[in-house]
Ligand binder design. Structure first.
Ligand code: C2E
Ligand code: CA
Ligand code: CA
Length: 749
């Protein structure tokens, strides 16, 4: 899960980085696109301006040349030949459609129609300032027609001395409408300016008719950098071509200036609002941005889809990791996580963990089929929830074991819950038409019974201990955990850790309890019983460790050790010439079911060369009813090998007298519990008497075990019982003590 989250984080970061890179790239791209578009546009403006300038200049040069030609022509005549001069003027100039005149230095002259004129004093002053051979005049308002007029001139030196000027004037409006440049839908215009910035001609378009008279009037204000303005001023004076950007009150304008060196250094200057130049760039930028946005949106959508898929995948994984597939309730891991969270949050927690086991589920499964078994488990998971009004946490551990974390108010609720579950599950089985009784077992551990801090693992372990405890008891439906259970488990663990070493170090001792003939009171034999003499804990009773060794199978080793020890003992006695008595050794169920058990025991007997009739094996009653055939075969083999067999603890389990007739055993041992209640129980006496009689008829010897009183002895004397083993005569004793009970050795006798 963590790795999944990490992965998402990683992918998220990559997307963010990609986005950042995309933004950076688009920004950079846009800027370079804008720049190059702008460069390109400005270059175009420059080119148009240059073209305009060259056309204008060419027209001017042509007109000047024409004027010069006329001047040459006039210079052929003396100034006094007025008639010829007038005619020549008329021929050359009158059909050009412009205003022309020949003016002498004294201010008199003729216009193209041949009429004589006299200049005003101001006009004369202007004429007198002319020095060049030919040139142009800054436009002025013509006195005659009131129009702004652009004038070119050429000097005429008459052969007879006087100097005059030929003038040709054009209406600025008409002239410039031929040459005017306009850009971007008339948002940009060109002007013709003198090198000092004075506007000579401007476009006729209304939008261009700004009132300024000199270029620097607009440039000078509006916060333009002084140095740049000055360098522009110098460029104009020096006849340079170039471009500059200046602000006016409406925004930025691009100035493209191209000089006309042959036209008095005048300039064509195109002024175009930067905004207009950028308009196209902006539109491309917008498109680019839009595409970028689309790409990013695509990315985002893809990422979101990925996240969504991932989330559902994560959910699935979570479900796999935390849910029980069959029933849909939590699994153990999730139970632990959620349980702990609940316990931590609870202020005064009255929580119990219930560990539930469907006892005979395996058989149910085998008999009814797996589908029915699954249905039962699912239904049971549902009942765990529905049989309480509390918000219980439910989990399935494996197969038929479930856990419930149960918040309760009264302790009584817990057993009641178990009872309700038992009823519900059996009602369910019945409802499916099955005639089968389900058994439940439930171990309960309440937080208040647990000395440790309430953590889920402890509660869970202890609920399991409580469950195990009833299972061995086999009895009730539910069981509360208490500390004796835990202590016992700890004790068992401790014993388990020491047992192997104890066997090697000889801590297991052979004790023998004598058996006596009822009639003669002579020693009939002995039962071998194990004692654990622990180095640091003294004697441990078999009641404490035998059940444990049966559980962990160490009993197999121990039983064989005891049997070998007994064989060794008999061998010692025989070798020492002591006349031994028969000894019986206990065989646990576990031992009985180990492969080659019979062969192993016979082998040991043979190894020590023990004569027949001295060894007896005691099998507990329960084995007889589990597997009569196997036992029959074992008993027959053992008997053939000279080892007698007895049924131990007869009457404690599910004894069936019926079975006895089929078994070739030699001895029937009646459990001491038969005799405890003899005094009050006449019926018990009848049963015992009949068992003794029947055993006799089946050729079995009878041993009464656990006989403690003389009264019991007296009773047994009259029942036909053969042998008595009990505290009334002797307790189990060490071998040395028992040896003293045996008769003297044959030699000494
Ligand atoms: P068990 O085979 O029924 O052994 C007889 C038990 O009754 C012995 O208990 C014995 O001390 C006790 N007993 C004898 N007379 C009296 C009496 O008058 N009154 C009372 N109250 N008890 C009497 P012990 O020695 O504590 O052994 C308990 C059980 O442990 C044995 O029951 C047997 O099942 C098992 N056991 C002992 N030694 C071995 C062994 O070497 N191997 C196996 N597999 N089991 C053993
Ligand atoms: Ca026994
Ligand atoms: Ca017994």
């Amino acid at each position: 899960m963590i790795s999944l989250r990490k992965q998402n984080f990683f992918i998220g970061s990559v997307v963010v980085l990609l986005f950042a890179a995309l933004c950076w790239f688009s920004f950079d791209f846009m800027r370079s696109v804008q720049r190059s578009l702008w460069d390109n546009s400005v270059k175009n403006i420059m080119e148009s301006t240059a073209r305009g300038a060259s056309v204008l200049q060419r027209g001017y040069v042509k007109d000047i040349e024409m004027l010069r030609m006329l001047a040459n022509e006039l210079e052929q005549e003396p100034s006094t030949n007025v008639e010829r001069i007038r005619r020549k003027l008329k021929t050359f100039l009158s059909n050009t459609g412009s205003l022309s005149a020949l003016i002498f230095e004294d201010g008199t002259g003729y216009v193209d129609s041949g009429l004589a004129v006299t200049l005003s004093p101001e006009e004369l002053a202007t004429v007198r300032e002319l020095h060049d051979d030919s040139g142009l005049l800054f436009p002025y308002r013509n006195r005659g027609n009131g129009r702004r007029t652009f004038t070119i001139y050429a000097a005429v030196e008459f052969s007879n001395g006087p100097k005059a000027y030929l003038f040709k004037g054009y209406s600025v409006e008409t002239l410039y409408s031929d040459y005017a440049l306009s850009f971007y839908n008339n948002t940009g215009f060109s002007y013709v300016v003198a090198p000092n910035g004075d506007i000579a001609m401007r476009s006729v378009h209304p939008a261009s008719n700004k009132t300024f008279a000199n270029l620097f009037d607009i440039i000078g204000e509006n916060g333009n950098n002084f140095n740049i303005v000055e360098s522009f001023r110098k460029s104009l004076k020096r006849g340079k071509t170039g471009m500059a950007v200046f602000n006016d009150k409406d925004g930025e304008n691009v100035f493209c200036y191209v000089p006309m060196p042959r036209m008095g250094g005048w300039y064509v200057v195109s002024i175009v609002p930067n905004e207009e130049i950028m308009r196209e760039a902006y539109s491309i930028t917008r498109k680019t941005l839009f595409i970028c946005f689309l790409v990013f949106a695509g990315f985002l959508v893809a990422f979101l889809i990925y996240l969504r898929l991932n989330r559902s995948y994560e959910k699935e994984i979570r479900a796999l990791a935390y849910r029980d597939r069959l029933t849909g309730v939590r699994n153990l891991t999730k139970f632990r996580i959620d349980g702990n969270a609940l316990l931590e949050d609870a202020e005064t927690p009255r929580y119990a963990v219930l560990s539930l086991d469907i006892l005979n589920f395996k058989i149910f499964n085998d008999v009814m089929g797996h589908e029915e078994g699954d249905a039962l488990l699912k239904a049971f998971a549902g009942m765990l929830k529905s049989e309480t009004s509390h918000p219980a946490l439910i989990a399935r551990v494996v197969a038929d074991t479930f856990l419930v974390l149960f918040p309760y108010e009264e302790r009584d609720e817990l057993p009641a819950y178990c009872e309700a579950l038992l009823q519900a599950i059996n009602a369910f089985v019945l409802s499916r038409g099955r005639n089968y009784r389900i058994e439940l077992r439930c171990g309960i551990c309440c937080v208040e019974d647990s000395d440790a801090a309430p953590d889920i693992n402890t509660l869970l372990d202890r609920a399991n201990i409580a469950l195990k405890a009833i299972k061995t008891k086999g009895a009730p439906l539910w069981n509360f955990y208490d500390h004796t259970m835990r202590d016992r488990l700890l004790r068992e663990k401790e014993l388990e850790m020491r047992m192997e070493k104890a066997l090697v170090q000889g801590e297991f001792l052979v004790y023998v309890q004598p058996k006596y003939w009822v009639q003669s009171r002579e020693l009939a034999g002995g039962e071998v019983l194990v004692r654990w003499k622990s180095a640091d804990q003294g004697f441990l009773s078999p009641g404490e460790f035998i059940p444990l060794f049966e559980k962990n199978r160490f009993i197999v080793k121990l039983d064989q050790f005891m049997f070998s020890s007994v064989c060794a003992l008999l061998r010692r006695w025989l070798d020492a010439g002591v006349r031994p008595c028969p000894l019986s050794v206990n065989i646990s169920r576990v031992q009985f079911y180990t492969p080659d058990f019979v062969e192993t025991y016979i082998g040991i007997k043979d190894t020590y060369g023990i004569p027949d009739g001295l060894l007896e094996l005691e099998f507990t009653e329960s084995i007889f009813f589990e597997n009569v055939e196997l036992l029959n075969a074992a008993v027959r083999k053992l008997k053939r090998a000279g080892i007698s067999c007895s049924i131990d603890d007869f009457g404690t389990g599910y004894s069936s007298l019926n079975v006895l007739k089929d078994l070739p055993v030699d001895v029937l041992k009646l459990d001491g519990m038969f005799f405890r209640t003899l005094k009050e129980d006449e019926r018990a006496k009848i049963v015992i008497r009949n068992i003794m009689r029947m055993a006799g008829e089946l050729n079995m010897a009878t041993v009464a075990e656990g006989v403690e009183t003389q009264e019991q002895v007296a009773f047994l004397e009259n029942t036909g019982c053969d042998i008595i083993q009990g505290y009334v005569f002797a307790r189990p004793m060490p071998v040395a003590e028992f040896a003293e009970l045996l008769g003297p050795s044959e030699e000494t006798r």
